[in-house]
Design a protein around this ligand. Sequence first.
Ligand code: ADP
Ligand code: MG
Length: 608
Amino acid sequence: MMNHQVLAQLLLHLDGRSYKAYQEIRGRYQFPDFELSVDHVQGDPFAAPSRLRVLLPQTVAAFPAQTYQTRSREIALRDYLTRQFGQAAASLCESRDSDNRGSGHSGLIAIAPTGQQVLERTAVFVTSEQVEARFVVGLPARGRQILGRAAATLLCDDLPQIVEQALKYISLDATDLQRHIEMVEDADWLRQQLPAKGLVAFIPNGAVLPRHSGISDQPLAIAFDGSAKPHPEILTELQTEPSPVVAIPFQSPATLQIEFNRPNQGSIKGMGIPTGITLIVGGGYHGKSTLLRAIALGIYNHIPGDGREQVVSHPTATKIRAEDGRSVTGVDISPFISHLPQGRSTKHFSTENASGSTSQASNVMEALEAGATVLLIDEDTSATNFMIRDRRMQALIAKAQEPITPLIDKIQQIYQDCGVSTVLVMGGSGDYFDVAHTIIAMTDYRPQAVTAQAKAIAAQYATARIPEGGTQFGTLTPRVPVALSLSSQGATAKLKVRAVNELILGTEIVDLAAIDQLVEAGQVRAIGAAIAYLERHYLNGITPLSAILTHIESDIATAGIDILTPYPQGDLVRFRALDLAAAFNRLRSLSVKKPETFSNVKPTSTRC
Ligand code: ADP
Ligand code: MG
């Protein structure tokens, strides 16, 4: 390994030469405190920046074992260090006059971007031996000429400074770090308690659920005194608009309140949402969707100050929505849809252009196939004819003329036969009063337990609906995926992630906009890599999708996310098997075998 002074000299020596000469700096360099590994050098200043790693021994980084000794703490610490590195790099880049740095990405130092969620990313790793940070650097150039002096400053002065500030325990605010770690550990602990308490989600008192805006995931401001009424000072401070926008903190109704004693931060009280069927009702604009959204993101932990730090939900909770236009491949949607016009099969339903109801039915069936045990459904994003069919419509349009069995006739069976709970936002129809176990009314952003009242109303005003769901939910038919057309595009199809809602695999653009529990582009990148990995290792025309997902989960659990890519990358983020399945199911090149043509696998349709 070469010395860091060799690197500095080499860079000065490269000054003025053509950009390609930067390739010479690939390799490893020993700095006083750390090792720098230059893994990939960009081809020109406008190309994707170069990939580098810093390896800092624990003898120097000096993180106490307690900061990473459990899995929760390790992920929290890695998340924290990624944020520290990102901030240090950003403020350093800002403080420089960027014009002097040259063209393209010249002068950039950046690590994976972070949002409100604490996630397992490949940007930073911590072990008892070392801290590793993976980041990108835009090697400086003017036009296509190497700016060697600027490069030497960047790598030999700036970078050590960032490492000093962001990756050494002694430089960090120990209290702030400890809070981050304990908050995450407590949230993981709370999530683990849910099944034993018969809950699917927990929302603590005082939580701030609304976000700053439709395009920002930051919390909506809260009155300083924590009261529901906006503080007078806030009114003037926040905005001059007539109606102040201030968050009303969450407060559980007494009957749904539960208390936990967390390992780090002790007692916490809040609303527990029980297993079974929970209906969230209330007037428009009273906070129903905001509550459901917080539950949907309760599969993740959040950073301190987010407002949703201790909002937790079952790890398999899955948002289900209508998604007309999506492609569906070989899904058995017969529990919900039968006798389509033109005699189309619904036991093996495929379409390039699903309708609102068939897409929502497919989304439910695919979620069950992928292991969801909690479904989250919002009327705002549902197909009305999938949700309800009232007495009058039953009288006018005979069952024989209506392919859809609405969710209202299946929701109890999903729970009884499949053991899958549903949390449903529905302000528009009281028909669901009959089938819900728990009914919560949102009034002025405050939840109230109204189960008894709603049940009394249901008894008083019978809907006179004729149940159409039969006696059982129906069958969950496994699917066996066969080769994707991606394989025809070379060993590994080119992967591009434009945003969190779009994945490009080779020539195929996969629309992920409806999978709104994906929060970071790195998850989408990792999912893309996982699809390529899945194709290489498990797409054998024999293994059912659900088993493939289990294999991938366990491969990642043993070998880490790095197993998905040919070389270590710093821009991958852990995803759920459920969300991988969701992306996979949206591939338009997907083909699956019909159950009848299974060769080695018994065509077991599990009755739910
Ligand atoms: P609904 O689904 O009942 O129609 P939403 O959940 O969409 O209502 O919320 C309507 C508006 O109220 C949104 O702008 C949201 O950010 C805001 N909001 C939601 N919860 C709160 C709260 N606890 N405090 C303040 N504003 C809130
Ligand atoms: Mg709504």
